[in-house]
Design a protein around this ligand. Structure first.
Ligand SMILES: CC(C)(COP(=O)(O)OP(=O)(O)OC[C@H]1O[C@@H](n2cnc3c(N)ncnc32)[C@H](O)[C@@H]1OP(=O)(O)O)[C@@H](O)C(=O)NCCC(=O)NCCS
Length: 197
């Protein structure tokens, strides 16, 4: 299966919001309050504002499978207050808003998007890929462990419900997967294509 990563544009905002709504319903059906307003998740309008800012900054990506949008990820150097420390942020790429369309579940599109984040980290000479996961969703924590991440800590902050801090060294992707493309120049930052096993 070939997955192509392209930089998202403002025209992708409705797609990204649709994926967020789709997966929030999926999570609720599984008994999780992840991303629900009742669980202190962002209302969809606030989510759209945040993604809109990331789109403007060129930080959001779409994964395409056979030219169809299959998922999205945002990668930058910021996190919500009280999560990662300033020195941790300085050595990291931070993953946000990672979602795979249910129609593409089970095809490792998420793993591909995480590898893309690692590629961006390597280009920017950052040693870690880091993210925060919903504190109470242990199934999600298991997903990140299976993807090679380790729990750094549960952040002690009252600022939100997503305080499980996971990290993986950028170099671990090259060592383990062997599928990451060689990036020869900055131009390739705009689009990469890899084939997953
Ligand atoms: C996390 C995600 C991007 C991973 O995509 P992927 O690598 O293509 O993997 P899949 O969608 O096939 O999911 C792999 C497994 O993780 C589980 N999983 C994924 N997200 C989960 C979540 N939020 N809570 C509990 N389990 C989750 C899936 O149920 C699946 O389990 P299975 O193998 O027993 O069927 C995708 O599952 C997704 O969009 N999840 C919901 C949104 C989400 O939680 N995003 C991460 C925010 S930090």
């Amino acid at each position: 299966m070939t997955v192509r990563m392209r930089r998202a544009t403002l025209g992708d905002l409705s797609l990204i919001c649709r994926l967020r709504v789709q997966r929030t319903a999926w999570l609720t059906a599984r008994g999780s309050d992840q991303w629900t307003v009742a669980g202190r998740g962002r209302p969809i309008e606030i989510f759209a504002d945040a993604v809109g800012r990331a789109l403007d900054a060129g930080q959001t990506w779409i994964a395409e499978v056979e030219d169809r949008p299959a998922g999205t990820i945002t990668v930058n150097q910021r996190s919500d207050p009280g999560l990662w420390s300033p020195w941790e942020l300085a050595e990291s790429m931070i993953v946000h808003f990672m979602i795979v369309d249910l129609n593409f579940a089970g095809r490792r599109v998420g793993h591909h998007m995480l590898a893309h984040a690692a590629e961006l980290a390597e280009l920017d000479r950052r040693d870690w890929v880091r993210l925060d996961a919903w504190t109470t969703n242990l199934g999600l924590h298991d997903y990140y462990r299976r993807a090679g991440f380790r729990l750094a800590r549960i952040a002690q902050t009252t600022s939100g419900p997503s305080c499980a801090l996971f990290q993986r060294r950028t170099s671990a992707w090259a060592i383990r997967s062997g599928t990451r493309p060689v990036v020869a120049d900055a131009q390739r930052r705009l689009s990469t294509t890899t084939t997953l096993d």
